[in-house]
Design a protein around this ligand. Structure first.
Ligand code: ADP
Length: 258
């Protein structure tokens, strides 16, 4: 409702918009994405499994050009599967249908476990994961989904930190909350991109997707996961350059049952 004045008389202008069609379209689109993703995932998993098996068992005996082609097929198959899994996760999160299994857990162990799993990726990229993890109170989250969120942030820091070698993961307790920070000293994120950071399919440089294997869904999924687990995620620019993401969760209520 807007107020305007005509001949010094106040006039009120209102508009009514029928959103039925838009809502129906949105629903149809989400169902379509979900069906297509499910139908694609099963055969693709089988194809990836077969290619992996051939490379794993007959790899050394294969002619070089055949092994090369199979390796390309495997890389692209993995990328496609990642995209499908991300699309399915996003769809479930937006529909409020992502099943979350809450547990009261020690972040210390979860973060150490995630870092161990990410070390091979860091090694491949010539990076070093530096952990600054203090003992902190427990929080109530879904451990599997928490690791998914942390993995997204750490793998982004590894992928996008240019030539700088270190990616830091810190865990601290402050003001009744546990904060998990992932930071790097890479080129950082341009200011013009900040408001799009957590938007689906947003990428600063979509042209390097082939190189980084990104889908532009990682941060959107991470934000949804963190918020649906009762936490918050914040972006901060590091000085003189670099990126930092903080995930903040309230400490678990000691009286709540595990
Ligand atoms: P992607 O699948 O492309 O990694 P994300 O949603 O995880 O998608 O990230 C969106 C974009 O934000 C990335 O494509 C990248 O441009 C930028 N970005 C994310 N993390 C960092 C970082 N640590 N340093 C620089 N840029 C980053």
């Amino acid at each position: 409702m807007e107020e305007i004045h005509k001949n010094q008389q106040p006039l009120f202008v209102g508009s009514v918009r029928d959103l039925t069609e838009r809502v129906a379209l949105d629903r149809a689109k989400n169902e379509f994405v979900s069906t297509v993703s499910h139908e694609l995932r099963t055969p693709l998993t089988a194809i990836n499994g077969a290619v992996g098996l051939i490379l794993g068992t007959a790899g050394p005996d294969l002619p070089e050009n055949v092994a090369h082609l199979l390796a390309v097929a495997q890389r692209n198959g993995d990328r496609l599967l990642q995209l499908i899994n991300d699309l399915l996760d996003m769809e479930k999160l937006l529909a409020g249908k992502m099943p979350l299994h809450f547990e009261t857990v020690s972040v210390h162990e979860l973060v150490v476990g995630s870092i161990e799993l990410l070390k091979p990726m860091a090694g491949q990229l010539g990076k070093h994961l530096v952990a600054g993890i203090s003992q902190v109170p427990t929080i109530r989250i879904d451990p599997h989904r928490f690791q998914q969120a942390l993995t997204n942030l750490v793998s982004n820091a590894l992928k996008y930190s240019g030539d700088t070698p270190d990616v830091h993961v810190d865990v601290v307790h402050q003001d009744g909350h546990v904060m998990i920070s992932v930071r790097d000293q890479g080129p950082g994120i341009p200011e013009s991109f900040h408001e799009k950071l957590f938007t689906k399919f947003a990428q600063v440089d979509a042209s390097n997707t082939r190189q980084t294997g990104g889908t532009g869904l990682g941060l959107a999924i991470t934000k949804q996961l963190v918020e649906q687990m009762g936490g918050q995620i914040h972006y901060r620019a590091e000085l003189p350059s670099g990126t930092r993401f903080d995930m903040v969760f309230p400490i678990a209520d000691p009286d709540a049952s595990t």
